[in-house]
Design a protein around this ligand. Structure first.
Ligand SMILES: Cc1cc2nc3c(=O)[nH]c(=O)nc-3n(C[C@H](O)[C@H](O)[C@H](O)COP(=O)(O)OP(=O)(O)OC[C@H]3O[C@@H](n4cnc5c(N)ncnc54)[C@H](O)[C@@H]3O)c2cc1C
Length: 527
């Protein structure tokens, strides 16, 4: 079942209280919160032919793959993220737990398991590193503490400016101390054991930056997010948009896909609606952008209306690295192939920073990270929906510069040299997978590689960014707020909070709270 209607077939009509540009999780959560808690009639406009942004799923030749949803944390019965999803979707989304070992970190020939539960995680790490008991204990306490401080820091981004001027310093205190330092700096204060640091940062692909470049804030957020284990949406990633849409529609709203917004209309200094790529306009007093900070302030706002200081600050921010994903299909079940839902993080060795630097300088250097996810094994409904089949996603990093020269070519017709580049990376990704799971050799039925050009084409991230703005220490000093300097225009999505489905979800709630009042945030996020 597809969500929403095509803009090409039906023009949304009637009066809308709010327009949301982009249907990523931030846009969907904000639209649902405005509809459910503010009785607002919301129009969601999505450029892609599927609703969902990075949470959409796509099908090909009898297979289905997720794009940006491989696992989420805090979804147990009392989990914070579970509570938000349940309140915004009336509890219709269902979640399947990943195996007890949700992540396996492989450093060359050594393998380390992340097990479910903070205490069990710590014990397992102590088993691997018996001399590091104290460091591991302090680490687990610290990531939880910094992540809690993050909640206060981000709520400040939704407060009215006047309130934030007073309360902000208090709310941000405690967080900035860690947010403005790198993961490596903070971890080196806990331990000098490089193997342990490599294992503890083994999920760095979840935020795209190695330990010496990432902010400790994002490391703490991701690490603590998964300490209680991981889950996957039953019905695949597409179930997320299917759960949000009826909430928006019940309040008279609409979700329109294949609907590209060209510009935010600004009249008398305030947002007044949007102009579409085809010239049509839709009016509303509230415009919410889930299209990312770079798109919102650098492209969607008319040049004369762009807030100069924010644009300048964003110019100095680094966009996150791009990625390649090899989508694999098998005409065998997971059981036949011996696949489970445990994610594999495959690294050549323990020096993540050096591996990334070498690869970025020389694409023929060993792949610095390969993330293998097994969507069909994670989703208990997959066999019902796609009998006798299995899927795998293999992801590695790919900077935009490597594909930029083909940016003006057409999707699926980019030329032989582009296809050759893709074929060579596909081959290399497969070899890494086969080295770990040799039983898969000779069994691949479908393989299709996406590059940053694909991401730009489908998700509109200008440089095919994996995670919007980089999660380096500088990001946490950016003056980003839900209420932008243009009255009536709001920002939501990962750039407001952080990458990740949970980051986007929380951003959606914060933006709705900035519009409806802080009470809404408390109502939706209460534990
Ligand atoms: C490969 C990959 C794997 C990931 N794995 C995980 C994971 O396992 N767990 C996890 O928690 N997170 C994961 N993430 C991160 C997570 O998916 C994203 O951070 C999050 O979904 C981003 O949500 P968002 O609302 O910010 O925006 P997006 O999902 O980026 O959506 C923005 C939407 O805006 C639309 N848009 C842009 N411009 C316009 C316009 N002019 N008009 C109309 N529409 C427009 C775009 O088409 C897009 O659909 C992954 C991401 C990627 C890329």
């Amino acid at each position: 079942m597809h969500v929403g209607t095509s803009y090409k077939q039906r023009t949304p009509d009637g009066a809308f209280d709010a327009i949301v540009v982009g249907s990523g999780i931030g846009g969907l959560a904000c639209a649902a919160a405005l509809a459910k808690y503010g009785k607002k009639r919301v129009l969601v406009l999505e450029r892609h032919y599927r609703i969902g942004g990075y949470t959409h799923a796509f099908s090909r030749r009898g297979y289905e793959w997720d794009v940006g949803v491989h696992y989420l944390g805090e979804l147990g019965p009392r989990g914070a993220v579970r509570g938000i999803f349940d309140r915004l979707t009336d509890g219709t989304l269902r979640w399947a737990p990943l195996p007890d070992v949700y992540d396996r970190i492989v450093l060359g020939d050594r393998s380390y398991d992340y097990v479910t539960g903070a205490r069990r995680f710590a014990s397992k790490m102590i088993e691997y590193f018996p001399g590091e008991t104290e460091a591991i204990g302090r680490y687990v306490t610290l990531v939880k503490q910094v992540s809690r401080a993050g909640a206060r820091y981000f709520v400040d981004r939704a407060l009215p400016r006047a309130v934030s001027r007073l309360a902000g310093p208090l709310l941000r205190r405690g967080y900035m101390r860690y947010a403005t330092r790198t993961t490596r700096e903070v971890l080196r204060e806990l331990t000098r054991n490089e193997e342990l640091i490599a294992v503890l940062t083994g999920q760095f692909g979840d935020y795209g930056l190695p330990p010496s470049r990432s902010s400790f804030a994002i490391h703490a957020a991701v690490a603590s997010h998964y300490l209680g284990g991981a889950w996957y949406p039953i019905g695949g990633a597409g179930a997320i948009a299917r759960a949000f849409a009826p909430i928006v529609e019940a309040a008279g709203g609409e979700l329109s896909h294949s609907a590209e917004v060209a510009e935010v209309l600004v009249e008398g200094g305030r947002a007044a609606g949007v102009r579409m790529r085809d010239g049509r306009t839709f009016r509303a007093d509230l415009v919410i952008s889930d299209a990312g900070a770079a798109n919102t302030f650098g492209a969607l706002l008319p040049e004369a209306e762009r807030p100069a200081s924010l644009v300048k600050a964003l110019r100095s921010a680094t966009p996150s690295v791009g990625y390649m994903c090899l989508y694999l299909g098998f005409r065998h079940t997971d059981a036949e192939l011996g696949l489970t839902g445990t994610n594999l993080w495959l690294y050549p060795d323990a020096d993540h920073d050096a591996n990334i630097a070498r690869f970025l300088a020389d694409p023929s250097a060993p792949l610095p990270l390969v993330y293998a996810s097994f969507p069909s094994a994670k989703d208990p409904s997959f066999q019902e929906r796609f009998p006798g089949r299995a899927t795998i996603d293999l992801i590695t990093l790919c900077p935009w510069d490597w594909v930029e020269k083909w940016k003006d070519t057409t999707w699926m017709k980019r030329g032989a040299d582009y296809e050759a580049l893709k074929a060579s990376f596909s081959e290399r990704l497969l070899e890494v997978l086969f080295a770990r799971l040799p039983q898969l050799r000779g069994k691949v039925d479908h393989a299709e590689l996406s590059t940053p050009l694909t991401t730009r084409h489908f998700a509109s991230h200008p440089r095919g960014e994996l995670y919007g703005l980089d999660h380096d220490p500088a990001r946490y000093r950016l003056p980003l707020r839900a209420q932008t300097p243009v009255p009536g225009l709001y920002l939501t999505g990962a750039d407001l909070v952080s990458a990740g489905v949970a980051g986007g979800l929380v951003a959606g709630v914060l933006t709705a709270g900035a519009i409806l009042g802080v009470r809404t945030i408390l109502d939706i996020m209460r534990r």
